[in-house]
Write a protein of this length. Sequence first.
Length: 331
Amino acid sequence: MPSTSFTPQLRPLSIGEVLDAGFRLLRHRFGTLMVCVLAAGLPLSVLRTIIIASTDPDYYDVNAVQFGDPPTEVIVGQIVAGLVFFLGVLIAIAACFRVISAAYLGQPVTPGQSLRAGIRRVPAMVGSAIVLGILAFVVIIILAMLVAVFRPFIFVLIAGLAYLSVKWSLVFPAIVAEKAGPLHAINRSWTLTEDHWWRSFAILLVLFLIALVLVIALQFGLIGAFSAIDSISPIALAVIDTLFNVMVIAVIYPLAAAIITVLYYDTRVRSEGFDLQLLAESIGSDSSRFAGSPERPETVGGLSAPTPAPVPASSNPGGGFAPPEGPASAS
């Protein structure tokens, strides 16, 4: 796995730079991300398939015909299978955010460390998902009632969902990077995007379109691979279903984590000045390496100590992000 170290770029990034940084981080930590995603997603995806197949024998039978409402055990099986898969997704997402956060800060991290960190943050992520689900449900009900009265309000419904999606887009990064609780993470995301909604919307829209294209490509790839087969057994269909779920997790979530993590840090740069030492402490890194951070120079006799000379970007041939330039010295 690559050991290239990244140094945070402490300046506001353009939309293109955020996307480029996300892709670079994804490329440099691709092996670690794949190990995390497969370790979390593969076994739980297989378990999901087993639960569905054992509670609904006709689910993977293309020739089965069902009439009326499904039995209770089928409904319960679907719910349990969905929760199992959701758990795997959350662990994979949290581990990916941990890997990208460490890469952005130039810190080494192993798949095991990332998975353990992801598992520890799952309760907070579940809590935030429940709260956000309730809030989104209430908003949708209210807007749907408006649409029922006046049809053009459908655009208000779409705009409202888009607005909330952007405002809540940094919840999971805040949970992983700051070890924030559910409510605090929701508030953090809302606050950080306060003056940067349109920037965040543009970046997330590009990410959504890329993810949509990738998912469609995966679907057509699987359909094309099995289109020549006249009939398919339930076991083969279950394998295809599991494979598709694992492929989606492996392709989409590392990419989303990389871009959203860079967006999270860049938003903190714009909103808070982004203190390196506090950020390192917030994700459990060794903060001693940031003791001389130009954001908080030590004082000597009441005066600021000299700022270390900036390192030119050309001196970092291994890639990564160039450090910030220090303030100009007084003449």
